[in-house]
Design a protein around this ligand. Structure first.
Ligand code: CUA
Length: 502
């Protein structure tokens, strides 16, 4: 029995290959956000030109070789000739053999040499022209210096000269080269913005560099292009190319504090999220602090993955200005953000947040629905004033509150700033995350020479790293109370005074 030509297994294989073919072909549509065609800027264009040259050379080689092959197959097919009227067939005579033909050998050695030279010359040229950004005499056209740090599974962007740190959405000015230093904190990642430049790896302890330039404003899709663990496929990012004026506006807004938010969400955020997520890139010295803390967060986790209470995490300053969450994974909107906080694995399996934050038990957050909504509203308020969205109402609510005593206001602030989540106030001085605060006023009286208890407490609230209590780690308490109004500090201290037997 002959096998049927259209057997089931053959049809399956056919369908499989056709599917794969179209899947691969899909990457060739020039307007697909991650297509390598229709590129932008000098680096992308240069690389695309090189590809097009190689493509057409390969097509020419393919066409010539296939034509010769088909010609030979047809003309030199083995044939037998029957003698009419008999059963006898005359075997074919083999054609003239060319093995050892010096002339032919030379021809088909020299042709590839020329072909390779035709590819090698522009390739080497492109390697040099895309290695370093052009240096201009004009100070304003000097490359923008950025450091990209790969983390499992998100990207950190550090604007070295501007002192700004952000994550997962990179803002660049158009028409100006951007010089990128590539680093990794954990494993090998790869930085790839298909429309702007080819991929370059981020290797731990071996920094690479690349440069990009976008000539027209627009959003470009990026992707980690080196397998780096479970969430590799969801380690994406965006590049927003803005006109120089709009880029400057963005820088300015990153230096502007958001409108103060006074809902319940702020305290909940401080208590549950602020150990890993920074939200104050606009304060002085924040850049150096963030770089240092990010390393500390990482080494905490790396040295003790089971016991660590923090791990490196994206800076969330002005989160509401971004367009995506979860490292380019989902559109940023209230609904998605709520889902993300509730259970990050819903969008992205494997996040360190879910693994490390005390907030999670199994996959679910240990917060009520309304608490998660409160945190979401707080996060959505993180934008410079003109962009700020929903906090105004809550703000008026707080401003209109009347207090009978400073102690009462202090207690309210203590709860709404989330202090209680890290500091116990009971007589047993239970250790939560920070030192217990029972009898703290008395203890502060002669804590530091030359400082009254009030001064010591104020300093400790505004600059918590200045006086670290023994056995407690530095850099855990959020550094966001530096600019708290004097009145609020007084109320907080008044409240702390009440935490005593007297
Ligand atoms: Cu990072 Cu793949």
């Amino acid at each position: 029995m002959h096998q049927k030509i259209f057997s089931k297994s053959r049809i399956k294989i056919f369908i499989g290959f056709t599917g794969l073919f179209f899947l691969i072909l899909n990457g060739c549509f020039p307007h697909h956000p991650q297509s390598t065609f229709n590129t932008q800027g000098p680096v992308g264009l240069e690389q695309e030109r090189l590809f097009i040259l190689m493509f057409w050379l390969a097509i020419a080689v393919f066409a010539i070789v296939q034509s010769v092959l088909i010609y030979v197959l047809i003309n030199f097919k083995r044939r037998e000739y029957p003698i009419p009227g008999t059963d006898i067939r005359i075997p074919d005579v083999p054609p003239k053999q060319v093995h050892g033909n010096t002339k032919l050998e030379i021809i088909w050695t020299i042709i590839p040499v020329f072909l390779l030279a035709a590819i090698a010359v522009p390739t080497v040229q492109a390697i040099y022209s895309t290695a370093k950004p052009p240096i201009s005499e004009n100070v304003f056209e000097q490359p923008l210096e950025i450091e990209v740090v790969g983390h499992q599974w998100w990207f950190e962007f550090r604007y070295i000269d501007e002192g700004i740190v952000t994550a997962n959405e990179l803002y660049i000015p158009t028409g100006r080269p951007v010089n990128i230093q590539l680093k990794s904190q954990d494993v090998i990642h790869s930085f790839w913005i298909p429309k702007l430049a080819g991929k370059v790896d981020l290797v731990p302890n071996n920094n690479n560099s690349m440069w990009i330039q976008a000539d027209t404003p627009g959003d470009y899709s990026g992707q980690c292009a080196e397998f780096c663990g479970i969430a590799h496929g969801r380690m994406r990012f965006r590049v927003h190319a803005e006109t120089p004026e709009n880029f400057d506006k963005w820088l300015e807004s990153m230096r502007t504090p958001p409108v103060p938010f006074a809902g319940e969400g702020y305290g909940l955020f401080l208590a549950n999220c602020s150990m890993c997520h920074t939200i104050d890139s606009y304060t002085s010295g924040s850049y150096e602090r963030e770089v240092k803390i990010q390393d500390e967060r990482w080494s905490d986790w790396y040295s003790d993955p089971e016991g660590a209470v923090r791990v490196s995490a994206p800076n969330l300053t002005h989160l509401a200005m971004r367009t995506t969450i979860g490292s380019g994974e989902q559109e940023l909107n209230r609904e998605n953000l709520i889902k993300w906080i509730e259970d990050p694995s819903y969008f992205k399996e494997g996040t360190r947040m879910q693994e490390v934050a005390q907030l999670y038990e199994g996959k679910k957050a240990k917060l009520s629905g309304s608490e998660i909504e409160a945190i979401t509203d707080y996060l959505l308020s993180l934008a410079p004033p003109q962009l700020e969205s929903s906090s105004t109402q809550l703000e008026t609510e707080l401003v209109s509150k009347e207090w009978d005593s400073p102690e009462e206001q202090g207690e309210y602030l203590f709860t709404s700033y989330g202090c209680a989540s890290c500091h116990s106030i009971d007589e047993d001085e239970t250790k939560i995350i920070g030192p217990g605060l029972w009898d703290i006023y008395e203890k502060s009286v002669s804590k530091v020479e030359g400082l009254s208890a009030e001064e010591y407490l104020e300093q400790s609230i505004r600059y918590p790293n200045e006086y670290i209590v023994e056995e407690y780690p530095e850099g855990v308490m959020p550094l966001i109370f530096e600019n708290l109004p004097a009145e609020e500090i007084e109320s907080l201290i008044a409240y702390l005074k009440t935490l005593s037997k007297k």
